[in-house]
Design a binder for this molecule. Structure first.
Ligand code: NAP
Length: 295
């Protein structure tokens, strides 16, 4: 298979991550064709030189790779197989890179309809995507991986090919299992300290500077201290999805993971309470005594 070194690349899904990926490719001199369900989100990329297509099938015309950065498995199915989806005009001849976090089985199903598919777990945030600083965990066959490598190198500072299709998602779900539990632990400690009468800001500063804080916990401590959970780095509903997927993955291999199960339940409840489009630290609002008065 010819490496994807020239010719346009399609980016489908221009949320927090997809917008950053598309901007990065444009910066690297790649011709980029984009599509997003909510058209307004494509406007900054249009101004930066991307071609904005009316639907996914048009976005992939003439491309040798398509990056699907949509929210979940249902969205991936819709943009691939829906009316005007990537596969509407027949088999796609290039490489499909599924970079949104979905169940491993959901990318494996895509492979039934496409000859070259990779699942690419992304570790990092929007700034990392914009700057080519992601860590990428890739599953799929060697041929597709080699073909996509030039594009992957533009997007990531570290690229690990982990094995068969689904491996990238499995790795990503393990990483977000850690993050979800860690952020919930931070939220629980903060709510306990606050309910016991300690100064919330002082507690968060102490946690951030302690030996218990990972870089993520220190970063999220600052988010919690700001009390601003809008303009999410990572939406709470997406964390709920990943914790649910990790718990299902565990059950499928006969493991019972109590922390993962509890964190998934808390995040699902928080999403049902209307917190899904806030940053994932808003899980603290699902723990706080009512009325919640931390902002
Ligand atoms: N944010 C992070 O730090 C991060 C890091 C690594 C991996 N991820 C994963 O990457 C994926 C994208 O994350 P994000 O933060 O960019 O999410 P986001 O900002 O919520 O964007 C989600 C994207 O999916 C699209 N979408 C949702 N449902 C759709 C549907 N049914 N049909 C078509 N398009 C649909 C949205 O379109 P609209 O604009 O129309 O809503 C939007 O483009 C997720 O799977 C997430 O778990 C995120």
């Amino acid at each position: 298979m010819t490496p994807v070194t020239s010719g346009p690349v399609a980016v489908i899904g221009l949320g927090t991550m997809g917008s950053g990926l598309a901007a990065r490719l444009l910066d690297q001199g790649v011709r980029v064709r984009v599509w997003n369900r909510t058209p307004e989100r494509a406007e900054p990329l249009a101004r930066a030189g991307a071609f904005v297509a009316p639907h996914p099938a048009a976005a992939v015309e003439g491309t040798s790779a398509v990056i699907c950065a949509v929210a979940d498995g249902a969205a991936l199915g819709a943009v691939m197989r829906g009316p005007d989806g990537v596969l509407a005009a027949g088999p796609y001849p290039g490489v499909v890179m599924c970079v949104g976090t979905v169940a491993p089985d959901e990318v494996i199903q895509i492979a039934g309809d496409v000859s070259s598919v990779l699942d690419v777990g992304m570790l990092g945030n929007a700034d990392h995507a914009r700057d080519g600083e992601l860590r990428l965990f890739v599953g799929g066959d060697e041929r597709a991986f080699n073909a996509a490598r030039p594009i992957l190198r533009m997007l990531g500072k570290e690229i690990a090919h982990l094995g068969a299709l689904g491996s990238g998602m499995r790795m990503k779900l393990c990483l977000n299992l850690l993050m979800g539990i860690e952020v919930q632990a931070l939220a629980e400690a903060t709510e306990l300290a606050t309910a016991c009468g300690l100064d919330r800001q002082l507690v968060l500063k102490t946690v951030a500077n302690s030996g218990f804080a990972s870089p993520v916990m220190a970063f999220k401590s600052r988010r919690l201290a700001s009390g601003r959970y809008d303009e999410p780095d990572f939406r709470l509903r997406l964390m709920a999805k990943d914790l649910m997927l990790a718990s299902k993955q565990a059950a499928a291999v006969g493991l019972s993971l109590p922390l993962a199960t509890t964190a998934a339940e808390t995040h699902v409840r928080a999403t049902e309470q209307g917190l899904g489009d806030q940053d994932c630290v808003a899980v603290t609002r699902a723990l706080a005594p009512k009325p919640e008065n931390d902002t």
